[in-house]
Design a binder for this molecule. Structure first.
Ligand code: ARG
Length: 463
């Protein structure tokens, strides 16, 4: 490709360190699409003849059919997907193939291809996350009134509903989808035509290629366009945060599925057994989702470190941008699928959750709140009185609502029998009816809103 200036070919080490074809062959569809848009523009603007443009375009179609059928050949001498396609094009249509590279460089080519790949991946993530949200909503609806202990510090705090808990993850995924959508808007400018770094003297039409490839507009600075990998970093940041959310949910499943908790039975399809302990059913998929989050975050870190010291414009370090993006995308897609299955097919045990909520004095706050509203006692004093009641219940080994009224009255004479209504876990969750609270009616309202939101057609982003 650059033989004119070089006396010797590359050493074996140079060939190996230089080759990106082992991984960038994943870009073949994007590479061919971008070349077709480019050559159509070259023909339209008269930079190449219409005949030559048609010959090249047909050759590219044939290469696409070959790759589709047989995969992309991996020849290190050809370095990357761009040269692999061009070499095959030369075999197919002869020297006219050399006109395709007029007014472009591999620098704008790789930026364009990679953006197209990341954009398609963002759309796949969005669809997968949409399905995951639907699974969350279905189970949240089903368990809008199933009581479980709510935790802070993993200590029983107040009763909540399982539906409420699952809807917390719905909210996280809603933000994840919006992060991918934001990133997609920023990504969607076409680098093609920036050439090596400075633009080109040929009378190209960058709007035409931008439009053909579904970009909103061409990039406004050629140096930035060939050296920008923000779009890949945006993708990896959004992916990291999403992986982090999935990892937290996975961790909850690991805890909930343990014998002392027993809140959930994982689907057989997403568990494994032990080769030595026949009774075991291990939450491997959940653990791997938790593990994969570390790797996704590592991918984001890797690319940030690759980029942080690079002067403008393109440097070969940037060839290392693709493996972390490909790896993170694969890991996250699999993690979303695993968690969608886990949510959809797990067997929750509401009785067990309710029993757990009834232990640990989860309604202590309800007693304090009752003293405030019914006894007109300042909250701090109510908190103190409640503490004494909890201490008594603990020493007698009973739940708060099993204490004798006389014992409660000994602690504070203002307590009367109506307090028992407030002390059950059911009345506790029903009382938490503030907007966004855990009351079953509130949870059902949030689920209904979310279902309506998901059913709305997305704003035009299929470009
Ligand atoms: N294989 C290269 C990459 O993936 C393509 C761009 C090469 N550009 C260059 N000036 N050597 O980044």
């Amino acid at each position: 490709m650059w033989g004119g200036r070089f006396a010797e070919g590359p050493s074996a080490i140079m060939r190996e360190i230089n080759a990106s074809i082992p991984f960038d062959k994943a870009l073949w569809r994007q590479d061919i699409a971008a070349s077709k848009a480019h050559v159509a523009m070259l023909g339209e603007t008269g930079i190449v003849t219409k005949d030559d443009a048609a010959t090249i375009s047909n050759g590219l179609d044939q290469i696409a059919a070959e790759y589709q059928a047989d995969g992309v050949p991996e020849d290190w001498d050809l370095e990357d997907i761009h040269m692999t396609v061009e070499a095959r094009l030369t075999e197919l249509v002869g020297p006219v193939a050399g006109r395709l590279h007029t007014a472009r460089s591999r620098n704008d080519q790789v930026a364009t291809d990679f953006k197209l790949w990341v954009r398609a991946e963002m759309d796949r993530m969005d669809s997968a996350l949409h399905l995951f949200q639907q699974a969350l909503l279905a189970r949240a609806d089903e368990h809008a009134a199933s009581i479980m202990p709510g935790f802070t510090h993993l200590q029983t705090a107040q009763p909540v509903t399982l539906g409420h808990h699952l809807m917390a993850y719905y909210e996280m995924i809603r933000r994840d989808r919006s992060r991918f959508a934001d990133a997609r808007v920023r990504l969607n400018e076409s680098p093609l035509g920036s050439a090596a770094l400075a633009g080109t003297g040929f009378p190209i039409d960058r709007n035409m290629t931008a439009q053909a490839l579904g970009f909103d507009r061409p990039t406004a600075n050629s140096l930035d366009a060939v050296s920008d990998r923000d779009f890949a970093l945006d993708f990896l940041m959004a992916a990291s945060q999403c992986a982090l959310h999935l990892s937290r949910l996975a961790e909850e499943f690991v805890i909930w599925a343990s014998q002392p908790f027993g809140f959930v039975r994982l689907p057989d399809s997403l568990s494994t057994g032990s080769s030595i302990m026949p009774q075991k059913k291990n939450p491997d998929a959940a653990e791997l989702v938790r593990g994969h989050a570390g790797r996704v975050i590592g991918c984001a870190t890797s690319l940030m470190i690759t980029m942080k010291g690079l002067p403008l414009a393109y440097s070969k370090d940037m060839q290392d941008d693709k493996p972390p993006v490909f790896e993170a995308a694969g890991l996250l897609e699999l993690s979303i699928a695993a968690m969608t299955g886990m949510i959809a097919d797990s067997d929750f045990n509401p009785e067990r959750m309710r029993d757990a909520a009834e232990q640990g004095f989860a309604t202590a706050t309800d007693l304090a709140d009752w003293l405030v509203t019914q006894g007109d006692i300042p909250f701090r004093e109510a908190h103190h009185i409640t503490g004494a009641a909890v201490k008594l219940a603990e020493s007698e080994g009973v739940a708060l609502d099993q204490l004798q009224l006389s014992a409660l009255k000994d602690i504070d004479a203002r307590i009367d029998e109506r307090v028992f209504d407030a002390l059950s876990v059911g009345s506790s969750v029903r009382a938490r009816s503030s907007y966004g609270g855990t009351a079953p009616a509130e949870v059902r309202a949030r689920v209904a809103e979310a279902k309506a939101l998901l059913a709305k057609p997305k704003p035009a982003e299929d470009k």
